[in-house]
Design a protein around this ligand. Structure first.
Ligand code: THG
Length: 377
């Protein structure tokens, strides 16, 4: 691995947790939403994966920036931004939602939080949605403000998350339903705690309000976890590939539509809602997508990281491309996500994978989330 050391200045924003992850030996960062995201702590991603599936981890996900819509037209703007039907959404709910342009091209896939009837937050993936939303609000003359509030998400992930969070916020955390949130008190302050996160191992995301409250909350959770085998973590590539969690900019870009991303169930295309891209999406829904994101499991040496899409072929015919790949200690195979052309997207289809390292590897298309039975190469 040789990407020269990232130089961090004010533009690559640090988070309230950065000094804590540095003290714990963070070994690398990515940049997401102009904010640094830890990507390792000196041991292999395989070991971090095994730990995540068994214990509990604290993740600095301050890069999950919030785009807040507030005012009389906040609900109208939120609905205009996404084809997901938000009309029945209640305060205290989170919803995963595609954002698309007027041609149906994916712009983002945030978690939307409804705080009140006139107040929403979009917890965004890596693209500048604040600019898009503010431009739309100005152009349409909407009565809404668009801001990035001083909010710094911190994730608690892994099977011991309930026990850890309960020690800090009380047993009320156990009653939070999936993709719901509530306000809970710790040391005299209220914290928005949601049952969500970028893993399939269970857990919470705390949306910490006020940069200065970040480090004290990190410390409280860290100390409360000392007998739970707590470790620092980060969105784990192996775990998210197996779980089928998509990464905007990797699995999909503006060149893809939500159907290609398997987000059909989050697209209301019957004209019932007023959203950008409605007609384009209705047309794509009629013809059906030409390709879809699938899992791919492939053999050979542990995969290098996928920095450009790797071609997939079936009997010499172009079948799609891998977009993310890693070696899974559980499957003892490489696991990957990729875009498969329609004729080749059926799970069980045998493909050949070109990782760009000169080797041709045998692969098989899989369901998402991946199942053990999918690995039968
Ligand atoms: N948490 C928060 N913000 C985020 C992410 C997050 N912003 C960036 C990025 N991650 C957005 N992408 C995703 C992708 C998948 C999910 C959440 C955010 C996710 N999906 C579940 C699934 O696909 O099964 C649940 C979907 C549903 O039922 O609504 O959790 O991780 N705060």
């Amino acid at each position: 691995m040789s990407a020269a050391r990232l130089q961090v200045s004010r533009r690559q924003r640090a988070t309230p947790y950065t000094p804590r992850v540095e003290a714990l030996g963070v070994s690398g960062f990515a940049v997401v939403n102009h904010t640094i995201l830890p990507k390792g702590f000196g041991r292999s991603e395989q070991l971090d994966y095994l730990h995540l599936r068994e214990h509990v981890q604290l993740w600095d996900v301050g890069c999950e920036r919030q785009v807040e819509l507030a005012g009389a037209d906040a609900a109208r703007l939120a609905q205009w931004l996404t084809p997901r039907d938000l009309r029945d959404m209640q305060p205290g709910q989170c919803r995963y939602a595609p954002l698309v342009d007027e041609q149906g091209g994916m712009l983002n896939d945030p978690v939307i939080l409804k705080l009140a009837d006139n107040r929403f937050r979009l917890s965004i993936a890596d693209a500048d949605i604040g600019l898009w939303a503010q431009g739309l609000a100005l152009g349409r003359g909407l009565d809404v403000t668009v801001d990035e509030p001083d909010v710094w998400p911190l994730a608690v992930q892994g099977p011991k998350s309930d026990d850890l969070a309960a020690r800090v916020f009380g047993d009320a955390v156990r009653d939070i339903g999936f993709f719901r949130f509530t306000w809970l008190e710790y040391a005299g302050h209220e914290y928005l705690v949601a049952r969500s996160g970028f893993s399939r191992q269970g857990g919470f995301e705390v949306y910490v309000e006020g940069f200065e409250r970040g480090a004290p909350l990190w410390d409280a959770l860290w100390e409360a976890g000392s007998d739970l085998d707590i470790a620092p973590g980060y969105p784990n590539l192996i775990e998210r590939i197996e779980g089928g969690l998509l990464s905007y900019g990797n699995e999909m870009t503006r060149a893809n539509n939500p159907f290609e991303c398997n987000l059909d169930k989050f697209c209301r295309v019957d004209g019932a809602i007023d959203c950008i891209g409605r007609d384009a999406l209705a047309e794509i829904a009629r013809s059906g997508p030409a390709r879809r994101i699938r899992g791919v499991i492939f053999d050979g040496e542990p995969s290098p990281p996928c920095r450009h899409p790797w071609p997939l072929a079936v009997a010499g015919v172009a079948a799609g491309a891998i977009t993310s790949a890693a070696f899974s200690p559980r499957f003892e195979r490489n696991v990957a996500l990729g875009m498969l052309e329609r004729d080749f997207w059926e799970p069980g289809t045998r493909v050949s994978v070109d990782c760009g390292d000169g080797s041709e590897r045998r692969g098989i298309v899989s369901h998402l989330p991946m199942e053990e039975a999918d690995a039968g190469l």
